[in-house]
Write a protein that binds this ligand. Structure first.
Ligand code: NAP
Length: 460
């Protein structure tokens, strides 16, 4: 893929970028590896100040950084600013907490005294998608920087400006050379990078299809990987759910970031008792979207999709769903290929034999399912190839948590939307991938959990 920033609002190509040469990639790996050799002898806390500086840089440059993202992938400028603020929050969190998180873990053993210590392993290759151009990077970079693992980034070919802006921020705050390198690599170059013994892990976020390929490449080189892939998340509404609370999040749960969110609630599953009311509520929330247009205009309510290509794919999926018996319960399908805008629609009557039943729709398409009861809701939620996240709305939150525990997903939020916070581990099961980013689990993914055992008694 050629790297270029194209404004999805008007299809204007803003800038094209040359691919990084093999020599430059070699330099990036060598610098990262050299830094790792230094970092492995330093205290975790010695890296904290610069990461706090990076967070402050994000806050000080929030308008410029948000604009870079909006211009090249089309998200609303308000959402872009929230993403930069979240990235700053994540950077501060790891700067201030990693030292504690990486304290040795003592183990009681008959042999003597033992502990697991957490050691860096080397340079991590990060391959990221375009939908959250800054957040996706910091989610890998902040924990790994503190852990002592330098990061090389290959961003999506449609968000090269965001990768560069991140790298400039790292330079501006004076992080050591090799801490983070943005490269415009081809898929073939990436294959070579993963074969290099100085690269010790792959952090991939993207589609299921590419995850299977690139995860396979990492595995064939005996590299550990984390795969953060797609989702078809359920939002389950139980009989006793507080519908006025649900009403506060039901629109955003599907329409935030123009529906291009891995953990967006793509399947709304409602028990009989509330089905008609919740479907009406959903339609009302979707109908509030009146102003589409320039995502730089703060009054715009819904951004365009990331590209006309993305719209074409979504239109194809919706047409296939309708041909296979789904009902267009709200909205009109706009097939105009001159624009990346896609007005929200709602589908009902999606049966198990419909291809839409198991596909991820990456845009503002809601699917609503009526089920007899809670058990049927759980069965339907689990009848998916994916297992990323989910939401349960229940009058009794403890009971909601019991239902949550029966879902085959990486996380579930009870009576709340899928919020991302620095301390919460993020990841999925099934075809949504494996491994975790963020949280205690995330910071340790690419560390050596090294066991040290000290004999305290004479050898018998
Ligand atoms: P994608 O096509 O899989 O691309 C992701 C990254 O992989 C890009 O950098 C892309 O680069 C690269 N890539 C594509 N084909 C490759 C190949 N053959 N070899 C090596 N690298 C390759 O994903 P996307 O469509 O951009 O992103 C949307 C998907 O990401 C959705 O499924 C969404 O649910 C998922 N996602 C998951 C999470 C999560 O945390 N679980 C978060 C966000 C998004 P090029 O652009 O150069 O092809």
């Amino acid at each position: 893929m050629a790297y270029a920033s194209t404004n999805p609002f008007n299809n204007e190509v803003l800038k094209r970028y040359d691919n990084t040469s093999d020599e430059e990639i070699e330099t990036a790996i060598a610098q990262g590896h050299h830094l790792y050799q230094t970092w492995r002898n330093d205290d975790v806390s010695s890296r904290s100040r610069k990461l706090n500086d990076l967070a402050d840089y994000f806050t000080e440059h929030i308008d410029d950084l948000a604009r870079v993202m909006t211009l090249e992938m089309g998200k609303l400028i308000g959402e872009a600013k929230e993403e930069i603020a979240l990235s700053a929050h994540i950077a501060h969190y790891y700067a201030n907490n990693a030292d504690d998180m990486l304290k040795p873990k003592p183990i009681t053993t008959a042999i003597g005294s033992a502990e697991v210590i957490y050691r860096p392993t080397g340079v991590i290759m990060s391959v990221e998608p375009w939908n959250f151009p800054f957040y996706q990077i910091i989610r890998v970079f902040a924990p790994n920087y503190m852990a002592g693992n330098p990061v090389i980034l290959k961003h999506a070919s449609i968000t090269p400006g965001s990768g560069l802006a991140f790298e400039q921020a790292v330079h501006a705050v004076g992080m050591p050379t090799g801490s983070f390198k943005n490269i415009f690599a081809t898929h073939e170059q990436l294959e070579h990078i993963l074969a290099d013994k100085r690269i010790t892990g792959l952090a991939f976020t993207g589609s299921e299809k590419v995850g299977a390929v690139i995860g396979g490449e990492a595995a064939s080189n005996l590299k550990k990987s984390t795969l953060e892939l797609g989702g078809n998340d359920p939002l389950i509404v139980l009989d006793d759910a507080d519908l006025s609370e649900l009403n506060k999040i039901i629109g955003d749960s599907r329409l935030a970031n123009a529906g291009q969110v891995c953990v967006s609630s793509k399947r709304l599953i409602v028990t009989e008792a509330n089905y008609a009311t919740v479907l009406d509520m959903y339609k009302t929330a979707f109908a509030k979207i009146q102003k589409v247009g320039d995502p730089l205009d703060p009054k715009t309510q819904l951004a365009p999709l990331s590209s006309v290509k993305a719209k074409r794919h979504l239109v194809k999926q919706v047409n296939a769903a309708l041909e296979n018996g789904a009902t267009l319960a709200f909205g009109t399908l706009d097939t105009d290929e001159n624009t990346a805008h896609f007005m929200p629609i709602i589908l009902t009557n999606v049966t198990e034999d419909n291809p839409a039943f198991k596909e991820e729709f990456f845009g503002p398409v809601g699917m609503v399912f009526e089920v007899a009861d809670e058990h049927a809701a759980i069965d339907l939620a689990n009848n998916s190839n994916y297992g990323l996240s989910g939401i349960v709305f229940a009058g009794d939150a403890d009971h909601g948590a019991e239902v949550a525990a029966q879902l085959e997903t990486g996380s579930v939020y009870v009576n709340y939307f899928n919020d991302t916070l620095p301390e919460l581990p993020f990841g999925g099961v099934k075809n949504s991938g494996y491994g975790r980013e963020l949280g205690d689990e995330g910071i340790k993914e690419f560390m050596n959990h090294e066991l040290i055992v000290k004999r305290t008694k004479p050898i018998a």
